[in-house]
Design a protein around this ligand. Structure first.
Ligand code: PLP
Length: 373
């Protein structure tokens, strides 16, 4: 065997340097005083006032380690959703859990499947674990069960599916999820990422609780970052079969959920009125934005979440990058989605009433400016 050159400095494991670092949505625009951040799917209603109060109550106890078992929070989640608290694992955001799942089930050379416009963290988590990312094509910007199944091989260990998906806002009915699960080998972990579940108003949708409860290879992940408005605290959880919980609990950080997140999470769960307000706000303004933007002549992918994907026709001389800049000059910060394979679209979070009106006015002015150029 030829001698391999000895590196003169530490070299990351194979796969690590193939990772394109995740670029979060922008938060500001230089030179613009009032900024409306519509780039990260944050709630315009903020967190529940009770959650804010619970967060503040931690101020005098910063020297104490949190409860590493997160037991009061897991009990609160279990009571709320009718689950077994022992089958809940919490994380530092649901991103933490996605990485732990890949870390526990994917090894060098193993394959993990996600879809073309799926959430970017899936690819990062698979590569970080040393695995091989496998991308299943979508149909009409929607996950396609048959395309996913066609890519399953002996090496497949995990399938990540956001339902609804970010950044498209599309979803699969529960029948399709069940059909996907039924044809997956039992050794493959099916991860149903339900980050936007609370926003969905469709009779044929389900987050996946029933599938988790009755199988050994399905995990549902949830987050407090979106409708609960606690993105800054980093809090997510998953409901998983006993075997998977056991694996996650062995490799997670012993204090991966901080005490402020734990307290705020419990309070946020208890504030039903705040949650309902957020659901109602979204229902009203998601519909309004979709209709008004459509009326301008731009196509909007039908969304069941708290954002819309707006497409800019190249044929009409429009570019998403120009639109992004046009909106930014008015303080409207939205999400470019080129990294998601959507170079001609922008993702816009449903904002406050004021922000939503400004978005529609800006898009109208942008399209008129292009027509008259
Ligand atoms: C926002 C989002 C999450 C949540 O991430 P956190 O780490 O919990 O903040 C997970 N999955 C998808 C698809 C998302 O859009």
């Amino acid at each position: 065997m030829p001698d391999l050159p000895v590196p003169d400095r530490p070299v990351p494991r194979p796969g690590i340097l193939e990772i394109d670092p995740y670029v979060p949505g922008k938060s500001g625009v230089s030179g613009v005083a009032k900024v409306y951040k519509l780039s990260s799917n944050e709630t315009p209603l903020g967190a529940s006032p009770q959650a804010v109060q619970a967060f503040a109550s931690l101020a005098g106890k910063l020297e104490l380690y949190p409860d590493g078992s997160v037991s009061r929070l897991r009990t609160a989640i279990a009571n709320r959703f009718g689950l077994d608290a022992d089958r809940i694992v919490c994380g530092n955001g649901s991103d933490d859990l996605l990485h732990l799942l890949a870390g526990a089930y994917v090894g060098p050379g193993d394959e993990g499947i996600f879809t073309t416009h799926g959430f970017l963290v899936y690819k990062i988590a698979i590569l970080a674990a040393g695995g091989v990312p496998v991308v299943a094509p979508e149909k009409d910007l929607t996950a396609d069960v048959d395309a996913i199944l066609a890519l399953v091989t002996e090496r497949t260990r995990i399938v990540f599916l956001a339902n609804p998906n970010n950044p498209t806002g599309t979803y699969l009915p529960f029948d399709e999820i069940k059909r996907l699960h039924a044809s997956l080998p039992k050794r493959v972990v099916l991860v149903l990422d339900a980050a936007y579940a609370e926003y969905v108003r469709r009779n044929d949708y389900a987050e996946g609780i029933e599938l988790v409860a009755t199988n050994e290879n399905v995990v549902m992940t949830r987050t407090f970052s979106k409708i609960f408005g606690l993105a800054n605290l980093r809090l997510g959880w998953c409901y998983a079969p006993a075997g998977i919980c056991d694996a996650l609990n062995r490799i997670r950080g012993p204090f991966n959920v901080n005490g402020a997140a734990l307290e705020a999470g419990i309070a946020a769960l208890a504030d039903h009125a705040h949650l309902q307000k957020a659901v109602d706000h979204n229902e009203t303004w998601l519909t309004w934005l979709t209709e008004e933007i459509g009326r301008i002549g731009l196509s909007v992918t039908p969304s069941v979440a708290n954002f819309v994907l707006v497409h800019f026709p190249q044929a009409a001389g429009m570019s998403a990058a120009d639109a992004e800049m046009f909106l930014a000059r008015r303080g409207l910060v939205v999400r470019a989605v080129t990294a998601y394979g959507l170079p001609h679209a922008l993702r816009i979070t449903v904002g406050s009433e004021e922000a939503n009106h400004l978005v529609v006015a800006a898009l109208r002015d942008f399209t008129q400016a292009v027509h008259h150029a």
